[in-house]
Design a protein. Sequence first.
Lengths: 348, 122
Amino acid sequence: MQTHWKFSDILADPVIRTRWQRVKKYFFLRESTYDMTNRCNIRCEGCYFYEGDKQFVTENNDAELWRDLMVKEKERGITFVVLAGAEPALVPELLQTCYREIPLGAIASNGLKFIPETIGYRIHISVWGNDQTSQAVRRADRMLERQIKNYKADPRAVFVYTFTSGNIDQIRDVAPILAENNCPFTFNMFSAPVGYTGDLRHTPQTLAKTRDVMLEMLETYPEHLLFSHYNITAHTHELGLHDLFQCSYPRMNPHEDVGLGKTFRQYRADLTWDRNAACCVPDTDCTDCRHYAAGSAVVTARLFRHATDPDTFKAWLDYVDTYLAVWVMGYEKGENLSPHFVEPPGRT
Amino acid sequence: MGWSGLWSPGFNPQQTLKGPCGYVHRLSLKRENNQKMSNVKSIDDVIINVARIIIDELMIEDVTPQTFDPEMDLVDEVGIDSMDLATVALVIQDEYGIRIDEDDYPKLTNVRLIAEYINNKL
């Protein structure tokens, strides 16, 4: 059995090579994130936006200033925008402005207010359990029904089910409804904001249970669930993403020479940004971060340490393939290449 | 003294280099006399080969290994990023049979630095 693999040996497998060449075309993506408004039409327990200072800034609603910002972002190499906090659907004119300048991106929305079709970004619709739980945690009635009504058959939409410690089994209620309505979905993990003391935080037991349920869902809904074995491993591991992969966002990464440490910014709704706070989910407790958005960058960036053998590299390719399908309009998820769990590699 | 191994009589200094993400960068070509330095030949070869790897892997157009400025900053001037650098590092590991620490490759931001790094490892 071969113990040391050259990269070229790994790529000699035509299946691996084909997938590598497919995902490699997207290495040009350079992301930054933007809080579009401080307002939201619901208030969820444990929402990262309403932690820290960012919620208190004076939001800027001047479309011309947003356009100027996007032009400058483009000039410094940003090719992908993530429009979030608090609820971006409340400011569609600003979303349109961003889309005109940088047409690749994703919007994080609760899905209760429809975003016009002319805004061609990926739309991530957050689901936090069944309707009973949504009522309790998000104080919103018939949430899933309303979300599906707005976004059924919308090619922009991906439903994002966030596993908390208290809603793990409820995916068995939610997934069949999403599948029946032909809604693609993926998984997120509740990652506690700094100082959070509520009940939603995961424990080693709930992480293990989530892992089992995710696997069950992957086997039951392969047509609708955008996920892989390696996604399950990376996001339900007892170690968080930073401890597993060393987070590459500026908040935890002092290197400013290249990559996210150089280009990533997280703009608040007043168009200011702070390198010390910059990551995709600011005010999240980094030791507890298993957020899907964080993983999309942090795991993907660790290409180097995954190119050690075919199994590990296939797992990484599955992760990147999933990330692209979830985040990039027009990218179709391929079949997963790794049908089993692979332990994340250490540093090279 | 500047690098002496990269002059190309037919090269147009106004020529542009198209990076992998569509950036267009101007090549600052070093035109110097083709002076021979006895101990430079081997690093000259490494530089040319590293430039070839970068051009091939990142599909950079309108430049050859011989006209690639080894001092040009790969991040700021060519527009490549950490994923591209990681890809280049993997191919270099293969070709030279060396091991590159993952903490090192982000610092290897131009062809000369990469070539010197390789030579130190050989």
